[in-house]
Design a protein around this ligand. Structure first.
Ligand SMILES: NC(=O)c1ccc[n+]([C@@H]2O[C@H](COP(=O)([O-])OP(=O)(O)OC[C@H]3O[C@@H](n4cnc5c(N)ncnc54)[C@H](O)[C@@H]3O)[C@@H](O)[C@H]2O)c1
Length: 329
């Protein structure tokens, strides 16, 4: 049985991907410091859905899941050299999925050192130790924020971030590529676009729309609603990332965009949500885009080509699915 380390596994995407990995019978360790970027209760809820007794959590101590015999959780910081080294020395890790990060572009300039510490220093620490322990494949989740403003036909190599978050993700990408090429650690970078779905991040656009429609509070639309995002369902993301994890790049390094390949106007998403929820939204138009791109759109041809993906699922159908059927919020 293969062993996988998932950093940031108590987070939104990390939780869904860990579940996918566990359901495929891989032995999994989640490392997450449960940071305060958003309500820790949501992270604890995700962990308890994976069978972790959250009342027993102690820094640096591994806890076994009561639901999955092959899952352990450690509350710990990716910057903590001793703890990470200990984790690698005790577990024969084959794969690393590195998702732990200080997320979010919008307010990243208000706390630059926090972003640099977690996203650059923390990533370097995990890379350095993973390289010494000869892991088979290191999957790093980067972000569409590395592109900055995306014009229609922008190439995958035109990287001009406009947020500090994007700049830290790009720095980490460059460091990862250097490890892949100089140290021969096989690495894949997956640039995620706007992920949505059950148990999503409270700062995500779709989450915020749902909350504001339900609670009848206004939703701020930046650039007066003239923004387009490439939205992708978290279940598609976990499927894609799981397939990427198992396909070790032939030349030791590969980069993918993980999105739907389609840019949807944010006002259209709001309309779909109003329809599903049967309620009107209260919109507050704001001029300017606050260090965020006006448009994002993934180049996802490589995914179709390499990981045998048919098509990503439909936005309206997914929103209906998780709002009406699952009711997990
Ligand atoms: N959700 C998206 O739409 C999206 C888009 C682009 C990129 N990404 C990237 O995907 C990854 C996962 O994103 P997410 O939406 O699940 O974010 P998230 O904030 O829900 O999850 C990140 C997790 O990392 C943990 N973490 C942060 N700093 C840590 C540290 N120093 N040590 C250990 N754990 C730490 C947090 O506690 C959190 O649980 C991140 O790297 C993010 O940058 C996400």
């Amino acid at each position: 049985m293969s062993n996988v380390l998932v950093t940031g596994g108590a987070g939104f995407v990390g939780y869904h991907l860990s579940k996918k990995i566990l359901d495929n019978n891989f032995s999994t360790i989640i490392l997450d410091n449960l940071d305060d970027y958003y309500d820790i209760e949501l992270k604890l809820k995700r962990l308890s859905l994976l069978g972790i007794d959250t009342s027993e959590i102690k820094y640096g101590k591994e806890q076994k899941s009561k639901m999955y015999h092959n899952l352990g959780f450690v509350r710990g910081d990716i910057c903590d050299k001793e703890l990470v080294e200990d984790l690698f020395s005790k577990n024969n890790l084959d794969y690393v999925v590195h998702m732990a990060a200080r997320s979010g572009a919008r307010n990243s300039f208000s706390n630059p050192l926090e972003y640099i510490k977690n996203n650059v220093e923390g990533t370097t620490n995990i890379l350095e130790i993973a390289n010494r322990y000869n892991v088979k494949h290191f999957l790093f989740t980067s972000s569409s924020s590395v592109y900055g403003n995306m014009e229609e036909n922008k190439d995958m190599s035109e990287l001009k971030p406009i947020s500090l978050y994007g700049a830290t993700k790009l720095s980490a990408e460059i460091i990862a590529e250097t490890y892949a090429k100089s140290k021969k650690l096989p690495i894949t970078i997956s640039r995620l676009f706007s992920v949505y779905g059950p148990l999503g991040r409270p700062d995500g656009f779709i989450y915020k729309c749902i909350e504001s429609i339900k609670n009848e509070i206004s939703i701020e639309l930046f650039n007066n609603g003239e923004m387009w995002r490439d939205f992708i369902y978290v279940k598609d993301v976990s499927e894609i990332l799981f397939r990427i994890l198992l396909s070790i790049p032939e030349r030791g390094f590969k980069v993918y965009d993980v999105g739907s390949g389609k840019a949807t106007k944010i006002t259209e998403v709001l309309q779909i949500l109003e329809e599903i929820l049967g309620k009107k939204s209260i919109v507050k138009n704001i001029s300017g885009s606050k260090n965020e791109s006006i448009i994002t759109k993934a180049h996802n041809e490589l995914i179709y080509q390499d990981v045998n993906l048919e098509k990503v699922s439909d936005l309206k159908a997914n929103l209906t699915d998780f709002l009406q059927t699952q009711k997990v919020y």
